[in-house]
Design a protein around this ligand. Structure first.
Ligand SMILES: [Fe+2]
Ligand SMILES: [Fe+2]
Length: 376
């Protein structure tokens, strides 16, 4: 393999000349633009429940739909992506934009559609519905809801207490690809044309004949209790995976693929005292801690988490999960960009083989350090 380029004064002058004419020498650029392995611009980071909820609730106090805007949402911008203009492209990782949304009783967030794929994970409350492709999809805590790209969707809160949920869209990817289309609806509410799809799928592993042909959202909502029951079935009768514990992925029952096209989602259980082995992968992941307490070691740094926190594991970062409770299971909801990387045939997963498969802890995440990053 050739070593570093030895730049002569003549070459240096040439590099400056070509640069003025919109050209750059690949022999100089290659090590930086064609790395030997993935290099993430997003960094590992955690948003604590208290911080998110404080700001989201304040937003509910001072921002109304009468002021304009389609949604009352705060985006979780990765400190490593903040220099992207505008608005850090909304990036929590290089592909995923995780947000937290609050809707108050009686409020209506108007219909729109866009080329970004969206998912929701309900963090708190009940009584609101999303209109998705002509269906009223009522949402409760722990439910997973999809809004595939191009489908009209709106939200209305018919309940009595504020509702909060996590959104995840592939905004940074679509922005980078220049593939953004966004359309507001001329009508205040979309026409409800479909009955609740959960009633069609009560049998579990059977598919109604009418859904024999694949479609984007045959089942827009995945109820928490059903998903939890499938995890219980695994944990009652099977040994945990040494890395992940127990995991189920949300799938589209009409084609068996990821429930949403570009964004994967998992519900995961770490049994009491579980300490997973480390690994890394090309895809990035954002976790929402649904229940429990523990920590994740990311490239040797310990990120302690508990119910309500949001944690980013960037591309190719070595990570392992630990449930520190002696009595409670930990339940993690996560979104990932596996469908994107698999679709491009770029996905790789690598086990960590040093030290018996477990990292050595080299430090703890210190929010004060990232405060410096956030000031930039
Ligand atoms: Fe939307
Ligand atoms: Fe992982």
């Amino acid at each position: 393999m050739a070593g570093p380029v030895r730049v002569t004064p003549e070459m240096e002058a040439f590099h400056q000349q070509v640069s003025k004419d919109g050209l750059e020498p690949l022999w100089m650029a290659a090590p930086e633009v064609m790395h030997r392995q993935p290099k993430s611009k997003a960094i590992p980071y955690i948003w604590k429940k208290e911080v998110i909820e404080r700001h989201v609730k304040k937003a509910a106090d001072i921002i109304s739909f009468e002021n304009g805007g389609d949604r009352r949402v705060l985006m979780l911008i990765n400190p490593g992506m903040r220099d992207l203009e505008p608005y850090g492209w909304g990036a929590t990782t290089q592909t995923l934009s995780v947000c937290v949304q609050i809707l108050l009783p009686g409020e209506e967030a108007p219909p729109h559609r866009h080329t970004q794929t969206a998912i929701r994970y309900i963090v708190e409350g009940e009584g609101a519905y999303s209109g998705v492709d002509g269906e009223k999809v009522y949402m409760c805590e722990g439910d997973y809801v999809i809004t595939p790209k191009g489908l009209w969707h709106e939200h209305e809160h018919e309940g009595t207490e504020p509702m909060m949920w996590m959104d995840c869209l592939d905004t940074p990817l679509i922005y980078y690809l220049h593939g953004t289309f966004f359309e507001g609806s001329p009508v205040k509410k979309q026409l409800i044309t479909r009955k609740p799809s959960v009633d069609k799928y009560q049998g579990g592993m059977v598919r109604p004949l009418g859904d024999h042909q694949p479609s984007k959202a045959p089942l827009p909502v995945y109820r928490y209790n059903s998903t939890l029951a499938s995890l219980k079935g695994l944990s009652d009768h099977y040994e945990p995976d040494p890395v992940e514990g127990y995991v189920v992925e949300y799938i589209n029952p009409s084609n068996g693929h990821s429930a949403n096209e570009n964004i994967g989602a998992w519900l995961q259980k770490l049994p009491v005292g579980f300490h997973g082995k480390a690994h890394r992968h090309v895809n990035s992941v954002v976790y929402h801690i649904k229940e429990g307490k523990g920590y994740t070691l990311i490239d040797g740094v310990r990120f302690d988490w508990e119910k309500g926190d949001y944690l980013v594991v960037p591309t190719w970062a070595v990570h392992e999960h630990v449930n520190t409770s002696k009595t409670e299971e930990a339940i993690l909801f996560s979104t990932n960009d596996i469908p994107i990387f698999e679709g491009l045939d770029l996905q790789r997963v690598e086990e960590y083989t040093e030290n018996g498969g477990y990292q050595v802890e080299i430090g703890q995440f210190d929010p004060a350090e990232t405060q410096e990053l956030l000031k930039r």
